[in-house]
Design a protein around this ligand. Sequence first.
Ligand SMILES: [Zn+2]
Length: 230
Amino acid sequence: PSMGDATLRRRIKSWEFEAFFNPQELRKETCLLYEIKWGASHNIWRSSNQNTTQHAEINFMEKFTSERNFKPSVKCSITWFLSWSPCWRCSKAIREFLNQYPNVTLVIFVSRLYWHMEQQHRQELKELVCSGVTIQIMNYSEYRHCWRNFVDYLPEEEDHWPKYPTLWIMLYVLELHCIILGLPPCLKISVRHSDQLVLFSLDLQDCHYQKIPYHVLVATGIIRPFVTWR
Ligand SMILES: [Zn+2]
């Protein structure tokens, strides 16, 4: 962004973005980058927050509904870029929030799934999707978008958005499919504390092979695409 950019003071540092949104770094903190668009206006309001004594999602909803210019009767689309997917409590609170304000639509991109092995988180995340919230794993286009719109990068760094290995992204995509389809977890994550190394492994069962879309499995590289000879 240029020096005169009005959004500069709301942007986060490039190292913060790289650390928070790294799919391999299992940080304690959560970062939420958000975009709000009112009615037919093309203006997009962008800002960010983090978890405090309460989770970042709750902080957002409290701030959003207490703004002076908040009008529940006007259509509003919100996009979140969250470093961690919502926990079960937040997922519940988000559903209540959207029930209360039917003119609000919400799309959520996440870079990691929060404690994805735990049934309660899986269940509430699934409920959130069933209630009409779009949830997707951040991919390169979202990392680039966030970098350009939320990060205070140097002028020559416009294309320096972090290109995390696609394997990690694909594994989370796979696991999110499992959650939405109500399948058991297939992605296992272990942390080697001695060297802060995060290890991913996959444990696929028949139900996964049967229910997960073929292209998703192929994209992770765990199965090879069929070759047809003519
Ligand atoms: Zn939460």
